[in-house]
Design a binder for this molecule. Structure first.
Ligand SMILES: [Zn+2]
Ligand SMILES: [Zn+2]
Length: 467
């Protein structure tokens, strides 16, 4: 307790000392000291968009701080699709804990999410609809009825992002979309039948994990990030970011952190992989990453990796399509150079509504879909089978009827002849699939083989986060 109090006092002392600009009059009025795209004068006095001496958007009342980065997001939602506050809180926490540096000496970004209006339910919306909704619903009801309406809306257009939680996009189960990169608007569309459902209504709205991951992924596009950080090469094992389809949701790794990448991992040349160097070390250290081709494998950063899968980790010059983790965005593509990226150090803030942003989705490109989600379930199951089936008979005493039964049942679960796990996963019978995975794990413990057990535990966590 003594140390805790001392620590808090010390932290307060340091933060005061590290804040040479606590007096707001020292700010250069035209500048943007914290680099969040919001000018000092706006963050101190409010935004007067037409310079008539009247404040049109009171950013200080909304929580702006000229010495600490702020991002404002207005969220409207269709009926049944009010965002889960726990999901938004996860994103807010991730931004607060980010390594972004600020003039006040404290790292992090204050993400201000304002849940605004409920809109009528529409089954489909596309990017054009998103702009139309924004045109009609940016700002709140009071602001839009005000005589100063146009200036308020123009100020919001510059200072805030606009998002809609809707149902689905046309002809697609895509989880979301941000039409521009960087940009100012995005949508989260988790209404297709295999996204998680709201226990109160039964309506598909996305699980907490699916909502938080998609919100942060689409906001990341708004902040200038692509699926490979600076490029669109997806599913790179050395790019540990929510922007990567392997980590948008906890759909492969049950305990992946909801985060943008924090450091540049070393380049991986798929024609010349070095097993000793592996992925290099991550920030934070010892993160877990998935790599292909199927059956997919998991490894820590900072240790040698068996890219060639010959049970040694000393090979040099290995050829392997390691970002082949099949889903819509991660098709087979051998021989690539896979570069790491530091997302947090590279975010684009500020007014990007003037058309400088590049278009995100080219023709036919989709965001992470329910087909991808189910694909990931099957990939996890295939990896377990690859490691565990057939179960090694040396662990069983075949003169004991119970052990004979356990041996047969273990194999039957693993080869889908008992309860057909593959079918449970495809048809989203997730509670049954979790129960069966736990049963398999208990049966499999007799082998003392911890690696498949880890994969089974991971699959249970993954499936729990989809409910
Ligand atoms: Zn809906
Ligand atoms: Zn995306």
């Amino acid at each position: 307790m003594y140390y805790l109090i001392c620590g808090i006092l010390l932290m307060n002392y340091n933060s005061v000392q590290a804040n040479p600009k606590s007096n707001s009059t020292e700010f250069l009025i035209g500048g943007d000291d914290d680099g969040d795209g919001l000018l000092n004068s706006w963050e101190i006095n409010g935004l007067d968009i037409n310079n008539d001496g009247n404040i049109d958007l009171d950013l200080p009342a909304m929580g702006s701080d000229p010495s600490h980065k702020d991002i404002f997001v207005e969220v409207d939602f269709m009926e049944n699709h009010r965002p889960n506050q726990a999901a938004l809180d996860e994103v807010i926490t991730s931004f607060a804990n980010s390594p972004s540096v600020n003039p006040d000496g404290n790292n992090g970004i204050n993400l201000h999410i304002n849940i605004d209006e409920q809109l009528p339910h529409e089954d489909n919306m596309n990017s054009d609809d998103l702009y139309e909704y924004k045109g009609l619903h940016l700002g709140n009801v009071v602001e839009r009825a005000d005589a100063n309406r146009d200036n308020v809306i123009n100020a919001r257009e510059i200072a805030t992002h606009y998002a809609i939680f809707g149902h689905t996009q046309p002809y697609s189960t895509s989880s979301g979309e941000s039409p521009n990169m960087p940009g100012k608007e995005f949508m989260v569309t988790l209404g297709a039948s295999k996204w998680g459902s709201d226990p109160a209504t039964g309506h598909n709205v996305g699980s907490i994990d699916q909502q938080s991951g998609t919100f942060m992924h689409e906001l990341g596009h708004n902040l200038g990030l692509d699926h490979g950080g600076w490029n669109d090469i997806n599913c790179k094992p050395n790019y540990l970011s929510v922007m990567n389809y392997a980590y948008q949701m906890s759909s492969l790794l049950g305990n992946r952190t909801l985060d943008y990448s924090r450091s540049v991992l070393p380049l991986l040349n798929e024609n010349n992989l070095n097993e000793v160097e592996g992925l290099g070390m991550s920030t934070p250290p010892n993160m877990i990453s998935a790599y292909g081709p199927p059956p997919i494998k998991f490894t820590f950063t900072g240790i040698p990796v068996d890219w060639s899968r010959d049970d040694t980790t000393t090979d040099l010059g290995v050829h392997a399509d390691i970002n082949n983790i099949p889903s819509e965005g991660c098709l087979r593509s051998s021989g690539e150079n896979l570069a790491g990226y530091n997302d947090w150090a590279s975010l684009t803030f500020g007014d990007v509504s003037n058309g400088t942003g590049s278009t995100h989705s080219g023709a036919g490109q989709k965001e992470f879909t329910t087909e991808d989600l189910i694909g990931h379930r099957i990939l996890l199951w295939e990896s377990i089978k690859d490691l565990a089936y057939p179960v090694n008979p040396i662990y069983y005493n075949f003169s004991n009827p119970t052990e004979v039964q356990n041996y047969q049942l273990t194999n039957a679960i693993l080869n889908d002849t008992y309860n057909n796990m593959t079918n449970l996963l495809v048809t989203s019978q997730l509670k049954n699939a979790i129960n069966q995975t736990n049963e398999l794990k208990e049966l499999y413990k007799v082998t003392n083989d911890t690696k498949p057990i880890w994969y089974m535990d991971n699959m249970v966590t993954v499936l729990q986060k989809q409910i």
